[in-house]
Design a protein around this ligand. Structure first.
Ligand code: F6P
Length: 327
């Protein structure tokens, strides 16, 4: 199949690493003699036909920028076939022969459906700060987000130690605890509440009882937003009822985790993913997601995406649990 025109889309929540990936894709595709198009505003722009040529000069000086120059969206319309058909027709209008979709679990699942419905080759590139996509050890954006979280937690620790105050810090991760677990290890926070692990409240209550008997102390307790305790605010309030004498408060890190300059790791991963995606185009390999497994860049059939989530790393979980036992 002779591919001459390729469109790139970023869809779902933005992450740092999208811009380096858009840059690498554009440069590599141009080198290959392809015309590159950017679909703006994710799947919403895809449906509305917001599609424009991307030239090398459009991607100059974006390697160090967070977010996505193409903009992004979460689209409920794209879950309906009538709108996916409209999106397909928009590609046909521009004679686009292939689509590279940079997305998370939801967006790539949408692309899996799209690629099975229409005769258009699709290549997926995984991105999400949640890092929960099955088939890849790392999604774009996870590393930067982890570093953002670690840096923020260290700032909170300074004030926590100065005031002997206990902080409940809420981290992103709707359904997955990768970010919180990794941040806990990286920042030396011994307490972490994860969606995948139940029944931690009793253990925490026992530690807080000891803290109260010492007249208070500083502590950082990480809480993944998807944890059963319903987040940092509610856990903090619950513990305050049990131990009213302890100085406790909460902070929600929120979207701070998702912004800022991509780390070197994310920039290099973006380049490796882009290189593999363009190599696939040259070799006629389609309807796959590129991924990284044991440091090798691989192709994963798009059909496998969305069926299951990546499971939490057991080794990290064990390390965190063992460190948490040390008093
Ligand atoms: O899926 C990535 C993610 O950052 C989750 O961790 C978080 O729950 C969600 O997106 C937030 O989405 P939004 O930016 O739409 O509020």
């Amino acid at each position: 199949m002779d591919i001459k025109k390729v469109a790139i889309i970023t869809s779902g929540g933005d992450v740092p690493g999208l811009n380096p990936c858009i840059r690498a894709l554009t440069l590599l595709l141009t080198n290959l003699g392809c015309e590159t198009y950017g679909i703006r505003r994710g799947n919403e722009g895809f449906i509305d036909g917001d599609i424009h040529i991307l030239k090398n000069e459009d991607v100059a000086s974006i390697i160090n920028k967070g977010g996505t120059i193409l903009k992004s969206s979460r689209s409920s319309r794209f879950t309906e076939k009538v709108y996916r058909e409209q999106a397909y027709q928009n590609l046909k209008k521009h004679n686009i022969d292939a689509l590279i979709a940079i997305g998370g679990d939801g967006s790539l699942t949408g692309m899996k459906v799209f690629s099975s419905e229409f005769d258009l080759p699709v290549i997926g590139i995984p991105k999400t700060i949640d890092n929960d996509i099955l088939g890849t050890d790392f999604a774009l954006g996870f590393d930067t987000s982890l570093n953002n979280a670690m840096n923020s937690i260290e700032k909170i620790r300074d004030t926590s130690e100065s005031h002997d105050r206990i902080y409940f810090v809420e981290m992103m991760g709707r359904d997955a605890g990768f970010l919180s677990l990794s941040a806990a290890i990286a920042s030396g926070s011994t307490e972490v509440f994860l969606p995948e692990v139940k029944g931690n409240k009793e253990k925490l209550a026992a530690k807080l009882k000891i803290a109260e008997s010492h007249g208070g102390e500083s502590m950082i307790i990480l809480v993944a937003e998807g944890d059963e305790s319903s987040g940092a605010e509610s856990l903090c309030k619950e513990m305050k009822l049990l131990y009213p004498k302890l100085n406790m408060t909460y902070t929600i890190l929120g979207h701070i985790q998702r912004g800022g300059q991509p780390t070197a790791f994310d920039r290099i991963l973006a380049a490796r993913y882009a290189y593999k995606a363009v190599e696939n185009i040259q070799q006629g390999i389609f309807d796959v997601m590129v991924g990284i497994q044991k440091n090798d860049i691989v192709n994963v059939p798009l059909q496998e995406i969305g069926n299951k989530h990546l499971e939490l790393n057991n080794e990290l979980l064990l390390i965190q649990q063992k460190l948490g036992e040390v008093l």
